[in-house]
Design a binder for this molecule. Structure first.
Ligand code: GDP
Ligand code: MN
Length: 384
């Protein structure tokens, strides 16, 4: 689960990380009032669940109230990487001497929470990692001891080169780690962490992601949830008993069982296609589930072909076929749909499907190849 910058700033404050004052605004007149109240230079910032807002024109400094109003007019309603800006943060602007980066992630290789820090802050850290990997300090935090004072200080000193300022940064690193662990975060990033001309160290941007599987014990975090469009679809699918994760490709897949769903995505990739999603309709499937799943798949504009891959165990293939027939009665689509049924009641299922004009195949590799070829509008010749 992702949260907005303004929410990350609230959590930072709660943990004692210094953050400039701010006000969340939904309209231009709210921005005008906030800028008047803050009564100094402000920065108007788009609140969308995506990074790189600055580059996209979604972060603007404003010298006075008029500037703030005109920035708000430009930013509210703007589209940033497919996200519409519905609210902005009006924050006290800070004089910046230098921008730094600090972030915590779960590092799977070392199986630790890993702190990353860099003197090349402000820009996206992925770029620094590519161009100047030596400029990123990585420190694997021992889960038994946590981040110790001297360790935090050592890292901070490498960045700031002066002990008084480094002490301030070290304290921020420790607080960020405490926040990370206590909220079951998977990412906590301050970019930039800034040094001001009078040697204050402040967080002026925040990004946090949380482990979805821990939300049951994080009511305060869960209450911050403002799902984006993809997440809304996933939450809706979940409420219908489907596990669904949207991906970037164009072959929609509907599969029973998580393992088979993974294998199906691998198979699609093997033949040069790109899966549009992971979708597991679960162990036993009612026709309604199939209808719900088809609706979700076909509502994704990127889907150019659908591969249905069912291995009947507890799930009966004839049930799936009935669901498909019903679904095809209520859904009208030009998207080609390939069906592979195998296992319990496969013969009955395939027989039922004869009343539709859905192409059926018996092997998974044929299904993947056919779906890919149909997605390219090619004529299918099975590979022998
Ligand atoms: P992002 O582009 O989505 O990461 O948004 P940020 O909040 O990180 O802002 C992008 C850039 O705008 C920062 O790296 C700063 O260079 C600049 N910026 C943001 N807030 C301030 C501020 O208060 N004062 C100054 N001088 N620059 C700021
Ligand atoms: Mn940033």
């Amino acid at each position: 689960m992702k949260i907005h910058e303004y929410q990350a700033r609230q959590l930072f404050r709660k943990y004692g990380i210094p953050v400039p004052e701010d006000v969340l605004c939904y309209t231009v007149s709210e921005v005008e009032k906030a800028a008047k109240d803050l009564n100094r230079m402000v920065v108007v910032k788009a609140q969308v669940l995506v990074g790189g807002r600055g580059k996209a024109g979604g972060v603007k400094l404003a010298r006075n109230v008029e500037d703030a109003v005109s920035a708000a007019k430009q930013i509210l309603g703007m589209d940033i990487k497919g996200y519409k800006v519905e609210k902005v943060l009006v924050a006290d602007a800070v004089d910046i001497s230098k921008e730094f980066y600090v972030g915590l992630i779960n590092d799977r290789n070392s199986k630790t929470v890993t702190l990353m820090a860099s003197s090349e802050g402000g820009v996206e850290i992925e770029e620094v990692a590519k161009e100047n990997p030596e400029k990123i300090i990585k420190f694997h935090i021992n889960p038994l001891t946590g981040l110790l004072d001297y360790q935090a200080r050592d890292i901070a000193l490498q960045l700031f080169g002066e002990i008084k300022t480094a002490q301030k940064a070290a304290s921020i690193f420790k607080k960020l780690y405490k926040l990370y662990v206590e909220t079951d975060a998977t990412i906590a990033e301050i970019n930039p962490l800034v040094l001001t001309p009078d040697n204050e160290v402040l967080a002026i941007d925040g990004k946090m992601n949380f482990d979805d599987n821990a939300l049951f014990r994080q009511p305060e975090i869960l209450a911050m949830r403002e799902p984006d469009e993809d997440e809304l679809v996933e939450i809706d699918a979940h409420s219908k008993g489907l596990s669904y994760i949207r991906l970037d490709g164009n072959i929609g897949c509907m599969v029973n069982g998580a393992g088979l769903a993974m294998a199906t995505m691998d198979m699609i990739k093997l033949y040069g296609g790109e899966p549009a999603n992971f979708l597991d309709i679960g162990g036993s499937s009612s026709p309604q589930k199939v209808i719900d799943a088809m609706n979700i798949l076909l509502n994704d504009k990127h889907v150019k072909a659908v591969m249905i891959n069912i291995f009947g165990g507890i799930t009966r293939c004839d049930d799936v076929a009935k669901g498909l027939i019903k679904a095809m009665e209520v859904i009208s689509t030009d998207i080609p749909i390939v069906v592979r049924l195998s296992g319990t009641n496969a013969a009955e299922g395939l027989e039922l499907l004869k009343q539709t004009n859905l192409p059926t195949v018996s092997s998974m590799s044929e299904a993947a190849q056919l779906a890919i070829e149909l997605s390219n509008n090619l004529i299918f010749t099975p590979h022998k």
